[in-house]
Design a protein around this ligand. Sequence first.
Ligand code: ADP
Length: 258
Amino acid sequence: MNNNIGSIAIRVDDLSFHYGDKNVLQHVTMEIKKGSFLGLVGPNGSGKSTLIKCILGLQKPQEGNVYLFGEKVNKFNDWEKVGYVSQKANSFNTAFPATAFEVVSMGLFGKVGLFKFLKASDKKKVWEALRSVKMDQYAHQNIGELSGGQQQRIFIARALVSDPELLILDEPTVGVDTESSDSFYKMLKELHRENSMTLVLVTHDVGVMTNYVTDVACLNKQIHFHGNTKEFEESSSENISAFYGHHVHVLHHDHGHE
Ligand code: ADP
């Protein structure tokens, strides 16, 4: 089958999915390399979230298979290797009386309340996660008092605290203003570089994202493109605008700066 299986984090093999008679994904095949930072792009309704749910075993495709770290997803049980921040993360009940620190510590135990009994080593992990998303100065603030973008960083810290090898973020910048989404991407790029983890960023925004990721996959029921950022930028004028049905301006940046 595949002789470089050890270097693949996610393998999707001829996957098709429908909700009732609505076809959402058709014959999707892709491999996501360990250590890559993939931008999974596609217009709204193109099946991105559904594909992620299939990858996480939350939805069962009618056809095809998903492998996580070489293991079929229904047999996979190393879930502590996988962090996921869903689109709905910011519909978390923010009136909930917990501080940012407490919300992040929930990533270690999955339960509210246990944070009162954190060991020193656990507290250290929580601080590291908060620092890596640049939110340590907000640790003792109530989650409800933070902006949408800040809350999103806290949910990412909650996913990071168990030190996953793979982190999947579904539309993390929805509702976040352009300036904070730029610094958000910058933060993700740093996280990716420092933690050598595999990062999958789902977004309908094909613009600035290409400046931060290593690879791009375009989905609209099917995979229309999957390659590195350079190949994406080269192919973008013909492929991408056709794929989006309107002109999409793909920004070309100076890759020299950090
Ligand atoms: P994206 O994440 O790219 O916006 P989704 O995977 O959420 O796309 O949705 C793909 C299509 O499937 C959309 O047309 C959406 O309306 C439909 N869809 C999503 N979830 C459901 C569901 N639970 N039941 C029926 N249709 C759904």
